[in-house]
Design a protein around this ligand. Sequence first.
Ligand SMILES: NC(=O)C1=CN([C@@H]2O[C@H](COP(=O)(O)OP(=O)(O)OC[C@H]3O[C@@H](n4cnc5c(N)ncnc54)[C@H](OP(=O)(O)O)[C@@H]3O)[C@@H](O)[C@H]2O)C=CC1
Ligand SMILES: Nc1nc(O)c(N)c(N[C@@H]2O[C@H](COP(=O)(O)O)[C@@H](O)[C@H]2O)n1
Length: 251
Amino acid sequence: MPAPAFLHSLIPHNAPTPFITLTYAQSLDAKIAGPGRRQIQLSGEESMLMTHWLRSMHEGIMVGIGTAVNDDPRLNVRLLPTEEHTNTPQPIILDPHLRLPPSAKLFKTLRDPETPHAKAPWILCRDDGDSLFDERRRALESVGGRIVPVPMPNALSTLPRILDELGINSLMVEGGAQIIHQFLTTPTSEDGKPLVDLLVVTVAPVLVPDGLAVPGGETSVDFEHLRTEVMGRDAVMIFRGKERCKGVVQL
Ligand SMILES: NC(=O)C1=CN([C@@H]2O[C@H](COP(=O)(O)OP(=O)(O)OC[C@H]3O[C@@H](n4cnc5c(N)ncnc54)[C@H](OP(=O)(O)O)[C@@H]3O)[C@@H](O)[C@H]2O)C=CC1
Ligand SMILES: Nc1nc(O)c(N)c(N[C@@H]2O[C@H](COP(=O)(O)O)[C@@H](O)[C@H]2O)n1
């Protein structure tokens, strides 16, 4: 099945760089995980496939270390027919204290013949780590990880510059709760530009009592609704960041 047509115009060639897409799936009662942070499948088959197409349209894909430890994700595009997609995004983990275990699936996929295009994760960590860091760093490097020390806190406001330095022109941010909250409430990068260019939220028609919600707070990004697409049983809502993408991202 080819990519849904509406996805093609979401990241146009003249889009600002680095272009940042924030995306996640939530239940009708705004939960992104089950009780005790348990990972749950919220997206149905159609919207999950759409998410993989969206992944393939970005140069990088990022999650916070809470998600990497809790969900042990692969962050690849394995649902897409190999002959139809051309790009596997670069996995990037925001991991200040190098908590990512060397046994993570992100490393196992590097040795799996079924995922020949897997890319070794880049791990953004504090640039002022102690000697314990050296040990963790060596362990992660020995399984293929690339350690990228960055100034923290304020990692989010400096992210566009860091991505620029790393040569990543487009980034899909998938979560989790803390990271989504910060992207929605951190108004600008250090150059005063809004952080999020595109917001894609899959809403699944289920309730998750006692589940994990994204922490509340004023959303400071000025979003404009572009389109809502019904995919199977889910509604996929697409917004553009008003300031940076006005006249650029159109549907
Ligand atoms: N439904 C969906 O679409 C998704 C759901 N999820 C769910 O989300 C949950 C995980 O969320 P959560 O536990 O909040 O974890 P996150 O993935 O949001 O990671 C949080 C961690 O990231 C680090 N961090 C946070 N902010 C910053 C920053 N500004 N700069 C640098 N590092 C930072 C901290 O690490 P440290 O503590 O080491 O300092 C923090 O503990 C899981 O239950 C998962 O299933 C996740 C993704 C998508
Ligand atoms: N789009 C979407 N729908 C859901 O129902 C989800 N639970 C998630 N979760 C995100 O996907 C990651 C798992 O990735 P892999 O399948 O292992 O590649 C998970 O960590 C969340 O970021 N997303």
